[in-house]
Design a protein around this ligand. Structure first.
Ligand SMILES: C[S@@+](CC[C@H](N)C(=O)[O-])C[C@H]1O[C@@H](n2cnc3c(N)ncnc32)[C@H](O)[C@@H]1O
Length: 727
């Protein structure tokens, strides 16, 4: 982060939005309109900043007029303090704090039951950050050093608010004065370079019309016409492919979709996570403020996050960074770990862990006890993971480099908890990686969810359901699409009736998972899963689901007979109920919700055997042919040709061959990502039936070749004898 580069460009990012929690709190207490209660004196800050409202803060800056000053504060916290910080650092935040009378029953802080405080409450001093009853002097110095930067931030925030208000007023005026605009009138301009301002205007107009189509819609124009136009405009304005724009658009109302696309154009706040194995948040904040960094706690929901507004030094190269006191980590990626809640002395698996943001957080929560197996299939990425583990001082961590789909639970199983932070399309992090806008196609949305399903089944099978302390799996992605989230969870619920969705424990932060989408309904408990959006919570788009395993997964016969690794055996034998391999295998067939036995043919991992999948695959195939300029009906209805003879697919061969292709895409993708995994991929790509066909192929060809050779010789002889005769 350069010196104020981003600040100059676009002002500071808005603080992470906790309004959901706050609103809940207000609703519950009925205090929404009530003025802030006076804070008990022992919790008040003693630096004279009490009552400094957001608006007053900038005045102070003018009076002082000085740059953020380095105020040396002794780093006196001992180990005890470090633990304090992780689990209690925000206790007693000054102006924002409430005494016990104010605490809202049932609305506890996410980590330790503190009441949740609205950071936007009037009278709440934003400068009051690190208050601690025992150390108010240190806090005072710390706040004084940070106040200048915070003031600047507030200035910019205020300006932003004023601009937004003005824009809103203009829009409102437009809405009342102007009749419904004819958004189709300037379509003739298509083909010319788009006037972005006009385009944006048309986007907002179309959204407004869609909000009240009956009154504002033109006669003869349907909702679909308006949605089509809007999607075209969104693609042109923001640079998405039509395919992805449509997919994302349908997650929201048109108005909210616009907010989502807009939010993808601005970066999320820079956040760092305090490594409590090395320091505590207060000491870290103090050290960074001394370097001129402007920051504040990320929000009441985390005890270890710091949101950085401005830094005159690169955050990835400070002495504190090099000493492993913190890691740069998006706020939303704290959430899966918080949901997993690994406990000291547990055995935990992080299935796809590089570069280790979550692994190292788990290790810290476990206070370097127990064991974290951090796996990643990519060797280069695993190197980064090892670097972070060393830098942050994680001593309870083992790094493995395997394809988690096939390696677990064969190589190791019986874990107390498993985190699967799955590889995904990244539609939640478009602001970080805008290439997603154009690079993700239909094929990705088949292959990636397929891989996610395989990984999640493996995650479930790797957990010890009888763990005394755990038995949990957390599934997360940084994508917002339903295919990669609810649909994956729904699939594994069907395949593994021995798991159920449980509360993530992340409180009111985020939105509930979808209960239905595009005509498909999901498990009612899907509402317990959490979704996070850039435009709602000002964090990267994320999905978190927590599952509890309630019984052993039956193992396919082929797996039963396979020798287990020593690690897996040991894990099983140490699990609280299972003393031998045999005992740990529950042979009762697992049935799905329709009473059908779960299908474990061909191993614990399923392939595209679902009718739902087959349908999607067939659709993808038709689209592929269309893209090639072929008529799918013509091609697919052609009589079946043998695979050896031609590459063209017939209707009978579509589903299986697409399956192979999709698996190959998934495998190819992982091969690209994962060097050194080629052997596994090759094995998966070749199915026995295909193999057999291919093995036959040389024999057939040999025969044909011989025939041709004999034929050729005979023809030559004929020609020679004909020549002789003519002579
Ligand atoms: C979303 S990233 C993980 C980020 C990580 N959890 C963190 O917090 O730093 C997904 C990871 O999955 C890995 N991956 C992809 N396919 C995999 C597979 N089949 N088995 C294990 N890891 C895989 C990728 O290499 C990538 O590092």
């Amino acid at each position: 982060m350069g010196v104020g580069r981003r600040m100059k460009k676009q002002g500071p990012p808005a603080p992470l939005d906790e309004s959901k929690i706050t609103m809940l709190k207000k609703r519950k207490t009925g205090e929404a309109e009530a003025p802030p209660k006076p804070v008990p004196s022992k919790r008040r800050r003693s630096n004279g900043d009490e009552g400094v409202s957001k608006k007053e803060a900038p005045k102070k800056k003018k009076v002082n007029g000085a740059a953020p000053k380095a105020v040396p504060v002794p780093m006196s916290d001992d180990d005890e303090d470090m633990e304090d910080d992780e689990f209690g650092d925000l206790d007693g935040i000054s102006e924002g704090s409430m005494d016990s009378d104010d605490q809202v029953e049932g609305l506890s802080d996410l980590e330790d039951g503190d009441s949740v405080v609205d950071s936007d409450d009037e009278g709440h001093t934003r400068g009051a950050m690190f208050s601690d009853d025992e150390d108010s002097e240190a806090e005072e110095r710390l706040t004084a050093a940070n106040i200048e930067g915070l003031s600047r931030k507030l200035d910019a925030e205020q300006q932003e608010e004023e601009e937004a208000a003005e824009q809103e007023m203009q829009e409102a005026a437009m809405q009342t004065n102007i009749a419904a605009p004819d958004v189709f009138s300037d379509q003739a301009q298509q083909g010319l370079a788009p006037d972005l301002q006009l385009l944006r205007q048309r986007i907002t107009d179309t959204i407004r019309i869609l909000g009240d189509l009956k009154t504002l819609g033109l006669p003869g124009k349907s909702r679909t016409d308006y949605v089509d136009l809007l999607l075209d405009d969104i693609c042109t304005y923001y640079g998405y492919t039509r395919f992805l724009a449509e997919k994302l658009f349908h997650l929201f109302t048109p108005r909210e979709a616009f907010a989502f696309f807009e939010a993808n154009e601005t970066p999320r706040p820079v956040v760092i996570r305090t490594n409590t194995l090395r320091t505590n948040r207060r000491s870290l904040a103090q050290a960074l403020i001394n370097r001129g960094v402007v920051l504040e706690p990320v929000g009441k929901w985390s005890k270890v996050g710091l949101q950085v507004f401005e830094s005159p030094v690169p955050l990835g190269a400070t002495p504190e960074y090099l000493a492993g006191h913190y890691i740069l980590q998006a706020a939303s990626s704290f959430l899966p770990v918080m949901a997993l809640a690994p406990q000291p002395n547990e055995r935990v698996l992080d299935m796809a862990s590089a570069p280790g943001g979550k692994t190292t957080y788990m290790s810290a929560l476990m206070r370097n006890t127990g064991c974290v197996v951090a796996n990643d299939a990519s060797k280069p990425r695993a190197k980064g993971l090892i670097g972070n583990i060393h830098r942050l001082g994680c001593k309870n961590t083992i790094v493995t480099n395997m394809d988690a789909r096939t390696a677990f639970p064969k190589a190791m199983g019986g874990f107390d908890r498993v985190l699967l932070d799955a590889p995904c399309t990244g539609t939640g992090v478009i602001s970080k990686d805008p290439s997603v806008k154009t690079s993700k196609n239909e094929r990705d949305f088949l292959a990636i969810p397929h891989m996610q399903r395989q990984l999640l089944l493996a995650a479930i099978d790797s957990v010890d359901h009888a763990s005394k302390t755990g038995g949990y799996v957390v599934y997360s992605t940084c994508s917002v699409t339903v295919e990669e989230n609810e649909a994956v969870v729904q699939y594994v619920l069907r395949k593994r009736p021995n798991v159920k969705i449980v509360d993530t424990g992340l409180g009111g932060f985020g939105s509930p998972g979808f209960l239905s989408y595009m005509g498909k309904t999901f498990d009612p408990k899907m509402a317990l899963t959490r979704r996070y959006f850039p435009h709602r919570e000002n964090v990267d788009g994320f999905y978190v689901c927590k599952l509890k395993k309630t019984a052993v997964t039956p193992v396919a016969k082929s797996e039963d007979t396979e020798p287990r690794s020593k690690g897996a055996k040991k894990a099983r034998s140490t699990s609280s109920t299972a003393s031998t391999d045999d005992e740990s295998i529950d042979r009762t067939p697992i049935v799905d919700e329709n009473g059908h036995a779960a299908d474990f043919e061909g191993g614990a991992f399923s392939s595209f055997e679902d009718p739902q999948d087959a349908e999607r695959i067939a659709r993808a195939e038709r689209n592929r042919l269309r893209r090639k300029g072929l008529n799918p009906k013509g091609v697919l209805n052609k009589p079946k040709k043998s695979k050896i003879e031609g590459s063209e697919k017939t209707s009978e061969t579509v589903a299986p061959s697409e399956e192979e292709e999709t698996t190959a895409v998934a495998s190819k993708k992982s091969t690209n990502e994962l060097k050194g995994e080629k052997k596994t991929v090759a094995k998966e790509e070749k199915k026995p039936a295909t193999k057999a066909k291919e093995e036959k192929k040389p024999a057939t060809t040999e025969k044909e070749e011989k025939k041709t050779a004999v034929k050729g010789k005979a023809e030559k002889k004929d020609k020679k004898s004909a020549k002789k005769a003519s002579k």
